[in-house]
Ligand binder design. Structure first.
Ligand code: HMG
Ligand code: MG
Length: 298
């Protein structure tokens, strides 16, 4: 049976916008975050505290955090790759952070310039500082269903990285299909393997829609008992270190499917569509959500 409620983690302002080459003003980023919380999203990944040389678009994250209108009950989170990033996040009064490791050695090198083991070692002091500051840490594993450089990824390798993140104190581990090559059968198999080490209610699915499989993979994950999914309004995004990867699955499209299944999320579809359309107009881009396109053309 499917879960009765699902929590959506909105990653559009971070995973979505990090890949945009054009400058986006702090005001436009702030507006996006505020529109998303107003639409009922309970968790918004606002930005990253990473090297501005690596991901220039996220350089203004502290300013964005300073200007958003924080709503009670909404978690505003940021990505932090190391202690330096965590300290900058604390300074910006970020209430929750996420660390990210890869299931593939080649991707780890391209994305964060170190091996998987080195990246995990860097997280240890970060985790200690987070514990002292009472900041919760979410963990990501990327390339769980394929790597742009290494190809196929062994689910056992994903499980091993996920287990380490969980053991060092991540309260939830998000499994990222960074390049969107996963299919539902592989997704179910992966959850079965990782689910041996980590309870399923502490796993999340993070699907990119590059190959058009994201909703099918989410449905397969729901059947396996996963109740948390990352998505991006208007399907914004991609990954700067995964060429050709399109955005995350669109939040509107996930919401439409969940509503159809009678699964509760607390999100307002009309407000969500308006939030997505607004940022697409700022970017001068077509809306990547099928649901938004259908509704807006009616
Ligand atoms: P590095 O060059 O190996 O590190 O980068 P370094 O320690 O030698 O530092 C180099 C410079 O960066 C130094 O400055 C540091 O101070 C600075 P310089 O002396 O040259 O002026 N620096 C920082 N600045 C700001 N914030 C920091 C920070 N750390 C060092 N936190 C590093 C290593 C990890 C920093 C770099 O590779 C990096 O920032 N990478 C970020 C990559 C990234 O954000 N990728 C996208 C997110 S992951 C993703 O999208 C996947 C996900 O969505 C899941 C999925 O889809 O599967 C999560
Ligand atoms: Mg991603």
């Amino acid at each position: 049976s499917l879960p009765k409620s699902v929590r959506l983690v909105e990653v559009g302002p971070r995973d979505g916008l990090q890949n945009e080459k054009q400058p986006i003003s702090v005001a436009d980023k702030v507006r996006l975050v505020d529109d998303l919380s107003a639409a009922g999203l309970g968790y918004v990944e606002v930005g990253s505290f990473v090297s501005p040389k690596w991901v220039p678009q996220m350089a203004g994250s502290a300013e964005v955090f300073a200007a958003i209108q924080r709503q009670p009950g909404v978690t505003y989170a940021a990505l932090t790759p190391n202690l330096k990033g965590f300290e900058a996040a604390l300074q910006a009064q970020v209430e929750e952070v996420a660390v990210f490791a890869a299931a593939s050695e080649a991707f780890s090198q391209k994305n964060i310039n170190c091996s998987i083991a080195e990246s995990l070692a860097r997280f240890v002091p970060l985790m200690e500082a987070a514990k002292a500051a009472k900041v919760r840490v979410r963990g990501y594993v990327s390339c769980v269903l394929g790597c742009p450089y290494d190809g196929e990824i062994d689910p056992a390798q994903v499980a091993s990285v996920a287990r380490e993140l969980y053991a060092m104190g991540c309260y939830e581990v998000s499994l990222g299909d960074t390049i969107g090559t996963g299919t539902p059968g592989k997704t179910r198999h992966l959850i079965n393997v990782v689910g041996r080490d980590i309870p399923r209610h502490l796993l999340a699915g993070h699907f990119h829609d590059t190959y058009g499989q994201a909703l099918a993979n989410i449905y397969a994950s729901l059947q396996e008992g996963i109740q948390v999914f990352d998505s991006s309004v208007a399907g914004l995004g991609g990954c700067p270190y995964a060429k050709g990867a399109t955005g995350n699955v669109a939040t509107e499209d996930v919401l439409y499917m969940l509503q159809g299944l009678g699964i509760d999320t607390g999100i307002d579809m009309d407000k969500l569509i308006a939030a997505g359309q607004r940022i697409c107009e700022v970017l001068g881009k077509a809306n990547g959500s099928r649901v938004a396109r259908a509704r807006l053309s009616q």
